[in-house]
Write a protein that binds this ligand. Structure first.
Ligand code: AMP
Ligand code: FES
Ligand code: ZN
Length: 262
């Protein structure tokens, strides 16, 4: 995922997974140059608390921190999507915004590697969802090391892909790692909960079930990659990021949310 002389960006949300990630990486690899990247999403009763925890954590670890404040830099927050077509799927719009802004932050922080705190539970649930819906391209993108889509973009790595969310939580509790104590109110999405419930049911008598699925998924990736056509990417005419159409998903959503303010 990275070498001793690399400069590695770590996306830190304030949650237990990315808190465990930055803490474990800094303690485990003291000679690697890590830099923390945080997005202030402007979500009421949530984002300011996350920011405080990230600042506390990076101070404790003595790691350089770069923050992107959506409201200050782009003039809107994730809460503003409540006025748009995305009002019932804010998490989806938020995901698109986060993916784009993390690239911007990585460039500002002068790093070509972006590590995120995706855990085993996240990945297996998303994998199943993509499998049920036949989203093969999205399924392949869940792999632990993802090459840049275009030059100038980051290599995306998921060091905690084999760690469950409970392990990350215990790691934070036992190592006194500060992490957020409140939840984002938008995260309560029925479908995601159902997928999770099903996985918990299947894991009840077989605690290694999710890990087994992940291992089989790793075997499937090269087969899928061979079979899937490479998407034809162009540069978004507004931001220059890789896009399937003239305008990328991020710029389309930004336009939509800005329209509600005109
Ligand atoms: P999520 O998409 O919320 O499941 O988060 C997955 C990963 O994305 C986290 O473990 C972090 O590494 C990263 N991430 C999520 N939200 C933020 C944020 N506000 N700032 C920086 N990184 C984030
Ligand atoms: Fe993105 Fe909750 S953190 S919608
Ligand atoms: Zn764009």
């Amino acid at each position: 995922m990275f070498k001793p002389n690399d400069r590695v960006g770590i996306a830190v949300s304030g949650g237990k997974d990315s808190a465990a990630l930055i803490h474990a990486l800094c303690k485990g690899f003291p000679n690697v140059d890590f830099v923390a990247l945080h997005i202030n999403l402007g979500i009421k009763n949530y984002s300011s608390h996350c920011k405080i925890k990230v600042e506390e954590l990076t101070r404790l670890l003595d790691v350089e921190l770069h923050i992107f404040d959506l409201k200050e830099e782009l003039g809107f927050s994730i809460d503003d999507f409540k006025m748009t077509f995305y009002k019932r799927k804010i998490c989806s719009a938020c995901g698109t915004v986060k993916r784009h802004v993390l690239e911007v932050l990585a460039e500002r922080a002068n790093t070509k590697i972006l590590a995120t705190g995706h855990n085993l539970d996240d990945i297996v649930a998303t994998m199943l969802n993509n499998f049920f819906n036949g989203n093969w391209t999205q399924l392949v993108r869940l792999k632990p090391v993802l090459k840049p889509l275009m030059a100038n973009q980051t290599l995306k790595v998921k060091p905690l892909i084999k760690s469950s969310e409970n392990e990350n939580l215990l790691y934070c509790l036992y190592s006194d790692v500060p992490f957020r104590e409140v939840n984002c109110q938008n995260a309560h999405v029925e479908k995601r909960t159902k997928d999770r419930e099903m996985l918990e049911y299947l894991s009840k008598d077989n605690p290694g079930f999710k890990y087994q699925m992940l291992k089989n998924f790793f075997k499937l990736i090269p087969i899928l990659e061979e079979y899937l056509e490479k998407p034809k990417l162009m540069k978004c005419k507004f931001c220059g990021f890789p896009s399937l159409g003239e305008i990328c998903a991020f710029c389309k959503r930004v336009e939509m949310v800005k329209d509600t303010k005109r």
